[in-house]
Design a protein around this ligand. Sequence first.
Ligand code: BT5
Length: 256
Amino acid sequence: MNSNIIQKHLQTKWLGKKIDFRPSVDSTNSWALEALEKGAKRGEVFLADFQTRGHGRLERHWESLAGKNILLTLIDDSPEDPASIPQLTLVAGVGFLEGLKSHFPELDIKLKWPNDFIVKDRKLGGILCQRHSSLPKVVVGVGININVKPDEFSPEIEKTATSLSSALGKETSREELIASCLNNYEKWRSVYDESGLSKIIEAWKGHSSLINKKVKIVEPQESYEGIAEGLDGDGFLIVNANGQKRKVISGDVVLL
Ligand code: BT5
Protein backbone atom coordinates (compact mmCIF):
# COMPACT_ATOMS: atom_id res chain seq x y z
CA MET A 1 0.00 0.00 0.00
CA ASN A 2 1.48 3.32 -1.06
CA SER A 3 -0.27 6.31 0.51
CA ASN A 4 1.65 8.73 -1.75
CA ILE A 5 -0.25 7.33 -4.73
CA ILE A 6 -3.54 7.77 -2.87
CA GLN A 7 -2.70 11.36 -2.01
CA LYS A 8 -1.65 12.12 -5.60
CA HIS A 9 -5.19 11.26 -6.74
CA LEU A 10 -7.09 13.05 -4.00
CA GLN A 11 -9.23 16.04 -4.91
CA THR A 12 -10.45 16.70 -1.39
CA LYS A 13 -10.50 19.76 0.84
CA TRP A 14 -10.29 18.06 4.22
CA LEU A 15 -10.27 14.31 3.78
CA GLY A 16 -7.09 12.24 3.52
CA LYS A 17 -4.56 15.03 3.96
CA LYS A 18 -3.05 12.73 6.57
CA ILE A 19 -3.02 9.00 5.90
CA ASP A 20 -1.56 6.50 8.36
CA PHE A 21 -0.77 3.01 7.18
CA ARG A 22 0.17 -0.09 9.15
CA PRO A 23 0.70 -3.57 7.72
CA SER A 24 -1.32 -5.09 10.57
CA VAL A 25 -3.59 -3.68 13.29
CA ASP A 26 -6.29 -5.06 15.54
CA SER A 27 -8.96 -2.96 13.81
CA THR A 28 -8.64 0.31 11.89
CA ASN A 29 -11.77 1.56 13.71
CA SER A 30 -10.22 0.86 17.13
CA TRP A 31 -6.96 2.45 15.96
CA ALA A 32 -8.78 5.60 14.82
CA LEU A 33 -10.76 5.80 18.08
CA GLU A 34 -7.48 5.59 20.03
CA ALA A 35 -5.89 8.20 17.75
CA LEU A 36 -8.78 10.56 18.55
CA GLU A 37 -7.73 10.35 22.20
CA LYS A 38 -4.31 11.57 21.13
CA GLY A 39 -5.68 14.52 19.17
CA ALA A 40 -6.35 13.09 15.70
CA LYS A 41 -8.48 15.42 13.58
CA ARG A 42 -11.38 15.23 11.16
CA GLY A 43 -10.22 13.91 7.79
CA GLU A 44 -7.42 11.65 9.00
CA VAL A 45 -7.44 8.24 7.37
CA PHE A 46 -6.24 4.97 8.85
CA LEU A 47 -5.36 2.11 6.55
CA ALA A 48 -4.16 -1.42 7.17
CA ASP A 49 -3.25 -4.43 5.08
CA PHE A 50 -4.54 -6.86 7.68
CA GLN A 51 -6.71 -6.81 10.82
CA THR A 52 -6.38 -9.26 13.69
CA ARG A 53 -9.68 -8.16 15.25
CA GLY A 54 -11.59 -6.53 12.43
CA HIS A 55 -15.25 -6.31 13.31
CA GLY A 56 -18.66 -5.48 12.00
CA ARG A 57 -21.90 -4.76 13.85
CA LEU A 58 -22.50 -6.60 17.12
CA GLU A 59 -18.75 -7.34 17.28
CA ARG A 60 -19.08 -9.81 14.42
CA HIS A 61 -15.73 -10.82 12.93
CA TRP A 62 -14.64 -9.04 9.73
CA GLU A 63 -12.35 -11.27 7.72
CA SER A 64 -9.33 -9.98 5.81
CA LEU A 65 -6.48 -11.50 3.84
CA ALA A 66 -3.14 -9.69 4.06
CA GLY A 67 -2.68 -7.10 1.34
CA LYS A 68 -5.82 -8.02 -0.59
CA ASN A 69 -8.53 -5.78 0.79
CA ILE A 70 -9.41 -2.19 1.49
CA LEU A 71 -9.46 -1.83 5.28
CA LEU A 72 -9.94 1.83 5.97
CA THR A 73 -11.26 4.14 8.64
CA LEU A 74 -11.76 7.88 8.29
CA ILE A 75 -12.50 10.38 11.01
CA ASP A 76 -15.50 12.63 10.50
CA ASP A 77 -17.53 15.05 12.60
CA SER A 78 -20.50 13.52 14.33
CA PRO A 79 -23.90 14.86 13.29
CA GLU A 80 -25.25 17.11 16.07
CA ASP A 81 -27.80 14.49 17.05
CA PRO A 82 -25.95 11.22 17.74
CA ALA A 83 -29.11 9.38 16.72
CA SER A 84 -28.28 10.49 13.16
CA ILE A 85 -24.93 8.68 13.05
CA PRO A 86 -26.37 5.74 11.04
CA GLN A 87 -27.08 8.31 8.33
CA LEU A 88 -23.32 8.53 7.73
CA THR A 89 -23.44 4.84 6.82
CA LEU A 90 -25.73 5.83 3.94
CA VAL A 91 -23.39 8.71 2.99
CA ALA A 92 -20.42 6.30 2.99
CA GLY A 93 -22.40 3.72 1.03
CA VAL A 94 -23.16 6.13 -1.80
CA GLY A 95 -19.69 7.73 -1.74
CA PHE A 96 -17.65 4.53 -1.75
CA LEU A 97 -19.92 2.82 -4.28
CA GLU A 98 -19.59 5.75 -6.67
CA GLY A 99 -15.81 5.76 -6.07
CA LEU A 100 -15.59 2.10 -7.13
CA LYS A 101 -17.94 2.62 -10.07
CA SER A 102 -15.93 5.58 -11.36
CA HIS A 103 -13.19 3.06 -12.17
CA PHE A 104 -15.40 0.15 -13.15
CA PRO A 105 -18.72 1.45 -14.52
CA GLU A 106 -19.54 -2.06 -15.71
CA LEU A 107 -19.50 -3.33 -12.13
CA ASP A 108 -23.02 -4.20 -10.98
CA ILE A 109 -22.51 -3.10 -7.41
CA LYS A 110 -25.47 -2.36 -5.18
CA LEU A 111 -26.19 -1.18 -1.66
CA LYS A 112 -28.09 -3.36 0.77
CA TRP A 113 -29.53 -1.69 3.85
CA PRO A 114 -28.07 -0.85 6.23
CA ASN A 115 -24.36 -1.25 5.51
CA ASP A 116 -23.51 -3.70 2.74
CA PHE A 117 -21.94 -3.44 -0.70
CA ILE A 118 -23.31 -6.29 -2.81
CA VAL A 119 -22.39 -7.80 -6.16
CA LYS A 120 -24.69 -10.47 -7.57
CA ASP A 121 -26.26 -11.12 -4.17
CA ARG A 122 -22.87 -11.63 -2.52
CA LYS A 123 -21.24 -9.33 0.01
CA LEU A 124 -18.34 -7.30 -1.40
CA GLY A 125 -17.90 -5.08 1.62
CA GLY A 126 -19.39 -3.43 4.66
CA ILE A 127 -19.43 -0.21 6.64
CA LEU A 128 -19.23 0.33 10.37
CA CYS A 129 -19.71 3.83 11.83
CA GLN A 130 -18.88 4.28 15.51
CA ARG A 131 -19.08 7.37 17.67
CA HIS A 132 -16.29 8.30 20.04
CA SER A 133 -17.48 7.90 23.62
CA SER A 134 -16.92 11.54 24.57
CA LEU A 135 -15.72 13.54 21.55
CA PRO A 136 -18.17 14.72 18.86
CA LYS A 137 -16.44 12.60 16.25
CA VAL A 138 -17.32 9.48 14.29
CA VAL A 139 -15.07 6.84 12.80
CA VAL A 140 -16.33 5.55 9.48
CA GLY A 141 -14.84 2.11 8.82
CA VAL A 142 -15.09 0.44 5.43
CA GLY A 143 -13.92 -3.02 4.44
CA ILE A 144 -14.00 -4.03 0.76
CA ASN A 145 -12.69 -7.29 -0.68
CA ILE A 146 -10.47 -6.42 -3.63
CA ASN A 147 -8.10 -9.18 -4.79
CA VAL A 148 -9.38 -12.14 -2.79
CA LYS A 149 -9.84 -15.34 -4.81
CA PRO A 150 -13.09 -17.28 -4.23
CA ASP A 151 -11.25 -20.19 -2.56
CA GLU A 152 -9.42 -17.86 -0.20
CA PHE A 153 -12.49 -16.96 1.85
CA SER A 154 -13.05 -18.93 5.04
CA PRO A 155 -15.73 -21.67 5.01
CA GLU A 156 -17.98 -19.34 7.06
CA ILE A 157 -18.36 -16.82 4.24
CA GLU A 158 -17.24 -18.60 1.05
CA LYS A 159 -20.85 -18.95 -0.16
CA THR A 160 -21.87 -15.38 0.67
CA ALA A 161 -18.79 -13.21 0.01
CA THR A 162 -17.22 -11.93 -3.19
CA SER A 163 -14.39 -9.64 -4.22
CA LEU A 164 -13.83 -7.01 -6.85
CA SER A 165 -11.37 -9.25 -8.72
CA SER A 166 -13.92 -12.10 -8.82
CA ALA A 167 -16.55 -9.75 -10.18
CA LEU A 168 -14.22 -8.20 -12.76
CA GLY A 169 -12.18 -11.25 -13.67
CA LYS A 170 -8.93 -9.35 -13.05
CA GLU A 171 -6.89 -8.02 -10.17
CA THR A 172 -6.66 -4.33 -9.51
CA SER A 173 -4.47 -2.00 -7.44
CA ARG A 174 -6.07 -0.41 -4.44
CA GLU A 175 -4.59 3.07 -4.18
CA GLU A 176 -6.48 4.88 -6.93
CA LEU A 177 -9.69 3.17 -5.88
CA ILE A 178 -9.21 4.41 -2.33
CA ALA A 179 -8.57 7.96 -3.57
CA SER A 180 -11.79 7.90 -5.63
CA CYS A 181 -13.76 6.53 -2.69
CA LEU A 182 -12.47 9.33 -0.45
CA ASN A 183 -13.17 11.97 -3.12
CA ASN A 184 -16.73 10.74 -3.40
CA TYR A 185 -17.23 10.41 0.34
CA GLU A 186 -16.27 14.06 0.81
CA LYS A 187 -18.56 15.10 -2.03
CA TRP A 188 -21.58 13.30 -0.57
CA ARG A 189 -20.78 14.50 2.96
CA SER A 190 -21.03 18.08 1.63
CA VAL A 191 -24.38 17.25 0.03
CA TYR A 192 -25.52 15.90 3.40
CA ASP A 193 -24.35 19.05 5.20
CA GLU A 194 -25.93 21.40 2.67
CA SER A 195 -29.18 19.63 1.79
CA GLY A 196 -29.75 17.08 4.55
CA LEU A 197 -30.54 13.42 4.15
CA SER A 198 -33.15 13.64 1.39
CA LYS A 199 -30.62 13.83 -1.47
CA ILE A 200 -28.57 11.03 0.08
CA ILE A 201 -31.65 8.84 0.28
CA GLU A 202 -32.49 9.59 -3.35
CA ALA A 203 -28.97 8.58 -4.46
CA TRP A 204 -28.94 5.59 -2.12
CA LYS A 205 -32.23 4.29 -3.53
CA GLY A 206 -30.82 4.57 -7.05
CA HIS A 207 -28.05 2.17 -6.02
CA SER A 208 -30.16 -0.12 -3.88
CA SER A 209 -30.64 -3.85 -4.39
CA LEU A 210 -33.69 -3.94 -2.12
CA ILE A 211 -36.44 -1.67 -3.31
CA ASN A 212 -39.63 -3.58 -4.17
CA LYS A 213 -37.91 -6.90 -3.41
CA LYS A 214 -39.13 -9.61 -1.08
CA VAL A 215 -36.99 -9.64 2.04
CA LYS A 216 -36.70 -11.32 5.39
CA ILE A 217 -35.87 -9.10 8.34
CA VAL A 218 -33.87 -10.82 11.05
CA GLU A 219 -33.88 -8.98 14.37
CA PRO A 220 -32.61 -10.30 17.70
CA GLN A 221 -36.18 -10.86 18.96
CA GLU A 222 -38.07 -11.78 15.80
CA SER A 223 -37.96 -12.40 12.07
CA TYR A 224 -40.54 -11.50 9.47
CA GLU A 225 -40.96 -11.28 5.72
CA GLY A 226 -42.27 -8.50 3.54
CA ILE A 227 -41.58 -6.21 0.60
CA ALA A 228 -38.87 -3.56 1.03
CA GLU A 229 -40.62 -0.33 0.04
CA GLY A 230 -37.88 2.22 0.57
CA LEU A 231 -36.30 4.40 3.23
CA ASP A 232 -38.13 6.87 5.41
CA GLY A 233 -36.94 10.45 5.93
CA ASP A 234 -34.54 9.35 8.66
CA GLY A 235 -32.95 6.59 6.58
CA PHE A 236 -34.71 3.63 8.17
CA LEU A 237 -35.93 0.79 5.98
CA ILE A 238 -39.68 0.51 5.49
CA VAL A 239 -41.00 -2.98 4.91
CA ASN A 240 -44.56 -3.84 3.98
CA ALA A 241 -45.30 -7.00 5.95
CA ASN A 242 -48.77 -8.29 5.01
CA GLY A 243 -50.10 -4.77 4.52
CA GLN A 244 -48.53 -3.45 7.69
CA LYS A 245 -45.73 -0.90 7.20
CA ARG A 246 -42.88 -1.66 9.56
CA LYS A 247 -39.84 0.49 10.23
CA VAL A 248 -36.59 -1.49 10.49
CA ILE A 249 -34.18 0.23 12.83
CA SER A 250 -31.48 -2.41 12.96
CA GLY A 251 -31.13 -6.04 12.09
CA ASP A 252 -30.14 -8.02 9.04
CA VAL A 253 -31.95 -8.01 5.74
CA VAL A 254 -31.98 -11.18 3.68
CA LEU A 255 -33.06 -10.97 0.04
CA LEU A 256 -35.52 -13.77 -0.72
C1 BT5 B 1 -20.17 -5.11 8.34
O1 BT5 B 1 -20.66 -5.68 9.48
O2 BT5 B 1 -20.46 -5.45 7.21
C2 BT5 B 1 -19.20 -3.98 8.59
C3 BT5 B 1 -17.78 -4.38 8.30
C4 BT5 B 1 -16.84 -3.24 8.50
C5 BT5 B 1 -15.41 -3.69 8.38
C6 BT5 B 1 -14.46 -2.53 8.39
S1 BT5 B 1 -12.86 -3.00 7.92
C7 BT5 B 1 -12.23 -1.49 8.42
C8 BT5 B 1 -12.94 -1.14 9.72
N1 BT5 B 1 -12.29 -1.74 10.85
C9 BT5 B 1 -13.06 -2.64 11.47
O3 BT5 B 1 -12.75 -3.32 12.48
N2 BT5 B 1 -14.26 -2.69 10.86
C10 BT5 B 1 -14.31 -1.79 9.73
P1 BT5 B 1 -21.91 -6.69 9.55
O4 BT5 B 1 -23.06 -6.12 8.79
O5 BT5 B 1 -22.08 -6.95 11.00
O6 BT5 B 1 -21.42 -7.97 8.79
C11 BT5 B 1 -20.53 -8.87 9.38
C12 BT5 B 1 -20.72 -10.22 8.68
O7 BT5 B 1 -20.19 -10.18 7.33
C13 BT5 B 1 -19.96 -11.36 9.34
O8 BT5 B 1 -20.72 -11.92 10.38
C14 BT5 B 1 -19.75 -12.35 8.18
O9 BT5 B 1 -20.91 -13.12 7.97
C15 BT5 B 1 -19.62 -11.42 6.98
N3 BT5 B 1 -18.20 -11.16 6.64
C16 BT5 B 1 -17.12 -11.10 7.45
N4 BT5 B 1 -16.02 -10.78 6.77
C17 BT5 B 1 -16.42 -10.63 5.48
C18 BT5 B 1 -15.73 -10.28 4.29
N5 BT5 B 1 -14.43 -10.01 4.27
N6 BT5 B 1 -16.46 -10.23 3.14
C19 BT5 B 1 -17.79 -10.50 3.12
N7 BT5 B 1 -18.48 -10.82 4.22
C20 BT5 B 1 -17.81 -10.88 5.39
